[in-house]
Design a protein around this ligand. Structure first.
Ligand code: 5GP
Length: 194
C-alpha cells in the first residue's frame, strides 16, 4: 500500500438499497487501517443484527440525551427512526491515522461536511430506480409500506447529490470499489500535503 498514515473520514451515503454495506465492506477489506463507525439508532434490531456491532440500539430518551450532551458528530431522523454517529470514536481513530467509514444518510452526510470539511463525501447511486426497488424488495428486510417509504426518501436523497464530493454509480461492484479506493488514496494524499 502506498498511502501515508493520514487519517480520513469517508462518508458513504446514498439511498437505502443502493449497496452501501457491500461497497464499504469490500473497501475496508482492502484497507487494513480502516474502521467502520458504529452508529446509534432507535430502530429495532433486525433478526441478524447484533447490538454494538451493527448498531448500538437505544431508546429515544437515551438518543436524545446523547444529542443534548453533544455526543453525536451528526444525527438525523430517517423514515421514523433516529440515527447518529458517536463523535469521539471517530475523532480518536482519525487522530491515529485511520480511515473511518461512515455509512449514513444524506442529511447526516451534509452535517459531517460542515463540521469536518476534509471529510470525503461519496454518494452512491443505483443504475436506476427500478433496480433500487428490485434490490430493496429482494433484501426482504422491510414490508411493502416501509419499502415504499424508503423509495420516496431515495428520490429526495438523489436530488441532493450535487452537495457531495463525488457521485459513484454502483452498477458493477468491483469497478465501484476500485473507484472509491482511488478517491480515498487521493484524499489522503491531499490531506497529507495540507
Ligand atoms: P437501516 O435502517 O437500513 O440500517 O439504515 C437506514 C439509513 O440510515 C441508511 O441510509 C443508513 O446509511 C442510515 N444511517 C445509519 N446510521 C446512520 C447514522 O449514524 N447517521 C445517519 N445520519 N444515518 C445513518
Amino acid at each position: 500500500m502506498t498511502s501515508t498514515a493520514t487519517g480520513l473520514v469517508v462518508v458513504i451515503a446514498g439511498p437505502s438499497g443502493v449497496g452501501k454495506g457491500t461497497v464499504h465492506r469490500s473497501v475496508r477489506a482492502r484497507l487494513p487501517d480502516s474502521a467502520l463507525s458504529v452508529s446509534v439508532t432507535t430502530r429495532p434490531p433486525r433478526p441478524d443484527e447484533e447490538d454494538g456491532v451493527d448498531y448500538r440500539f437505544v431508546d429515544r430518551p437515551t438518543f436524545e440525551a446523547m444529542v443534548d450532551r453533544g455526543d453525536l458528530l451528526e444525527w438525523a431522523e430517517y423514515t421514523g427512526n433516529l440515527y447518529g454517529t458517536p463523535r469521539q470514536p471517530v475523532l480518536d481513530l482519525v487522530a491515529r491515522g485511520r480511515v473511518v467509514v461512515l455509512d449514513i444518510e444524506v442529511q447526516g452526510a451534509l452535517q459531517v461536511k460542515r463540521r469536518l470539511p476534509d471529510a470525503l463525501l461519496v454518494f452512491l447511486v443505483p443504475p436506476s430506480f427500478e433496480e433500487l426497488e428490485r434490490r430493496l424488495r429482494g433484501r426482504g428486510t422491510e414490508d411493502d409500506e416501509a419499502v415504499a417509504h424508503r423509495l420516496r426518501t431515495a428520490r429526495q436523497e438523489v436530488a441532493q447529490q450535487e452537495a457531495f464530493d463525488v457521485v459513484v454509480v454502483n452498477d458493477d461492484l468491483d469497478r465501484c470499489v476500485e473507484e472509491v479506493l482511488a478517491l480515498i488514496e487521493e484524499a489522503r494524499r491531499a490531506a497529507a500535503r495540507s
